[in-house]
Design a protein around this ligand. Structure first.
Ligand SMILES: [Zn+2]
Length: 353
């Protein structure tokens, strides 16, 4: 369903109980393969393995039995027989035997070893990958010294209408998380667009040497807005970027906006100044890169995903999925890169890097 600005509020807002601050424990548990690792790793091992295996496989079945037996006999027979025979036999047998032996070992070993090792070593910028639940809270640690950027791809494929306090200790509650708006022209779901941009932003940040934590790297998750904020809090994020897109009943509505708390927020006024500055930097750079209309930095205390924050946060509203031009632009790879570069430069400016 399409939503208006009011709808956006809903999307960004809703949170569940999770408050306290902690070390950085959320991430640890499963250091195995994650969506990210999988995605990045899969292509390379496959690419490398396929060419080697494919050509050799056909040889194996055809010659294996024959050749394996033959070579053993051949050498024995060759010397015994006449020198004239040797050359004739040798060449014929040798080639057949060699390929057989090699392939038998190679294919078996390569695929088994490669995939396992690749995810850990191959990905240049993602040495460490942890997660607390499949596809969630994924840690990409580049270095001890680098700032930590937490990216929240807004929404998820299925809304969770269960309720949670709008802020720490709040009596008022809101639905935990919604599925967001939808492209009026493209039909694309906001949660899918948000993830696409977030993954691009992750890659851009890793390339610049930042540590990145992804709240989610798949659409099939269930993480409330409060839980998302808590992940950023526990990571002691230097920057918490929440990626969203707008929707409105007014098809003419367009442009970009960033959102932060007000100086009077009863839950998190301590983060107001930094969040405002972050929101200013990101909006300015995004608009500069894309040429989109700049709406404003919206200061509001209606977002539970912000109220639960204890770290500098901004919600990025990339454009209107209800506006024909922007709906299509938001699906354009080059435009997406401009948005990402804008956010990246906004973060750089905010951090003074
Ligand atoms: Zn949204």
């Amino acid at each position: 369903m399409r939503k208006q600005i009011r709808g956006l509020l809903l999307c960004a807002v809703v949170l569940a109980g999770c408050g306290g601050k902690a070390a950085k424990p959320v991430e640890p548990v499963t250091p195995e393969a994650t969506p990210t690792a999988a995605v990045e790793a899969t292509p390379s091992p496959t690419r490398e393995a396929t060419p080697e295996v494919t050509p050799e496989v056909p040889l194996r079945p055809t010659s294996s039995l024959t050749s394996e037996a033959t070579p053993t006999v051949a050498p024995t027979a060759a010397p015994t027989a006449t020198p004239t025979v040797a050359p004739t036999v040798a060449p014929t047998v040798a080639p057949t035997a060699t390929p057989t032996a090699a392939p038998t070992v190679a294919p078996t070993a390569t695929p088994t070893v490669a995939p396992t090792a690749a995810p850990t070593a191959a990905p240049t910028a993602t040495p460490v990958v942890h997660e607390t639940a499949p596809g969630t809270n994924i840690v990409h640690k580049v270095s001890e010294a680098a700032p930590w950027i937490v990216i929240d791809a807004g929404h998820q494929s299925k809304a969770d209408s269960e309720r949670e306090p709008v802020g720490p200790g709040a009596a008022e509650t809101k639905a935990k998380v919604s599925s967001g708006t939808q492209g009026k022209w493209t039909g694309v779901s906001e949660y899918a667009l948000n993830l696409e941009i977030s993954l691009r932003l992750r890659d851009a940040l890793l390339l610049e040497g930042y540590n990145v934590i992804m709240i989610r790297e798949t659409n099939e998750v269930n993480i409330s807005n409060a839980e998302r904020a808590t992940i950023a809090n526990e990571a002691q994020a230097d920057v918490f970027i929440r990626i969203h897109a707008d929707g409105s009943d007014n098809p003419a509505a367009q442009g970009m906006m960033t959102i932060c708390p007000t100086p009077k927020n009863v839950y998190c006024k301590e983060i107001y100044e930094e969040s405002r500055r972050l929101s200013d930097c990101v909006l300015r750079q995004m608009v500069a890169k894309t040429g989109a209309k700049s709406r404003k930095v919206w200061e509001t205390d209606t977002m539970s995903g912000i109220n639960w924050c204890q770290v500098p946060v901004t919600i990025v509203e990339m454009g209107f999925m209800s506006n024909k031009e922007e709906d299509y632009l938001l699906q354009d790879a080059q435009y997406q890169e401009k948005i990402v570069q804008g956010i990246l430069e906004g973060i750089q400016e905010y951090l003074g890097r």
